[in-house]
Design a protein around this ligand. Structure first.
Ligand code: PHE
Length: 345
């Protein structure tokens, strides 16, 4: 029968096209072509009206069988393509566990930051507040309110970068203490430390830098004595250089404190026996301190007959250099990773 041949040739063509389909998209096109509205089967269905009553159901059945076959082949092919895709994906996504990993370099905290953090922690533990202030400061807070009027010779102790007549780069973090005292309005007690960068017109060399870090402390209250200062200094010395350290106070001069002292710590390298670090003396000078000068208290609104205070200041670089035997202060500022990485926090 001609129609049977026709069906067979459609089936053959479909079989071939399905076999050759390379992707789901191509397979869908094949399906549309052979099973869609405009397929060759539709032409056969249309020509059914010309057939005899007996032939019609036979042809109808054959056509449906042919379509079912094609659908089955398409389903099989779809599964095959899907399997291939999965296999390909697995292949592509394999992880080669023997490959060397990507190197990841975590940063380290700078040594100066580490030491600052450590000292801050100790003071926070003793109830101090950490205060910060601007590096660009006015003369009034950096000098005048600290008992250093305009022509005071002690201004030479801190050679200054001036921006203009009244503005400068702070030479110490003491102006933060002034700011805090003014804020408290001469009424409340003060217990703060002030870490930060300071600037001085020094020629840079192995032990001098025009910019360095300081931590200063200030306590103002109604019954503050030199004994409180001494106890506090001993705590800092031991935190920084070990629990066996002792301290020694020598009379000194700062305009903002009276009396003023220079604080020596027994040498952490030789335990006081004498070595090259302590220049054979057994002692190393590390801090400046004293009882807050009455003029300083009064200038920031504190009644000096009611309030007393003590203050101290320490250079962070100096501590780091002593502790880790660093012989050139410039090492802190060059961002040389070989240096920085030696101090993993
Ligand atoms: N402000 C002083 C300085 O920078 C340090 C210091 C602070 C000394 C407090 C005594 C008391 O040199």
């Amino acid at each position: 029968m001609a129609i049977k041949d026709q069906l067979n040739s459609i089936k053959e063509a479909a079989k071939k096209a399905i076999k050759e389909a390379q992707s789901m998209v191509e397979l869908n096109d094949v399906k549309a072509k052979f099973l869609g509205k405009k397929s060759a089967f539709n032409d056969i269905m249309k020509s059914m009206k010309d057939l005899s009553k007996e032939e019609r159901p036979v042809v109808g059945k054959e056509t449906n069988l042919a379509k079912r076959d094609i659908q089955t082949w398409i389903d099989d092919k779809r599964q095959e393509l899907h399997d291939l895709e999965v296999a390909k994906q697995i292949e592509e996504e394999t992880v080669d566990v023997t490959m060397p990993g990507k190197e990841f370099h975590p940063g380290t905290t700078h040594l100066l930051t580490q030491i600052t953090d450590e000292i801050e922690d100790v003071f926070i533990g003793m109830g101090y507040e950490v205060m910060e202030g601007p590096e660009m400061e006015i003369d009034e807070y950096n000098f005048e309110k600290l008992n250093l009027p305009k022509d005071h010779p002690a201004r030479d102790m801190q050679d200054t970068f001036y921006i203009n007549d009244t503005v400068l780069l702070r030479t110490h973090t003491s102006p933060v203490q002034v700011r805090t005292m003014l804020e408290k309005g001469g009424k409340e007690p003060v217990k703060i430390i002030c870490p930060g960068k300071v600037y001085r017109r020094d020629e840079d060399d192995a032990t001098h830098s025009h910019q360095f870090m300081q931590i200063e402390g200030l306590v103002v209250d109604k019954d503050t004595t030199m004994a409180d200062l001494k106890g506090t200094l001993l705590v800092i010395a031991r935190e920084m250089f070990g629990q066996n350290r002792e301290i020694r106070l020598r009379p000194s001069y700062f305009p903002f404190t009276e009396p003023s002292v220079e604080v020596d710590v027994s040498c952490h390298n030789c335990n006081g026996a004498g070595c090259h670090i302590c220049k054979q003396t057994g002692w190393i000078e590390v801090l400046g301190a004293g009882m807050v000068n009455n003029n300083v208290l009064e200038a920031s609104g504190y009644d000096s007959t009611v309030y007393q205070g003590f203050a101290f200041g320490v250079g962070v670089e100096r501590i780091a250099m002593l502790k880790y035997k660093i012989n050139d202060i410039r090492q802190f500022y060059t961002n040389d990773l070989r240096f920085n990485k030696q101090f993993k926090s």
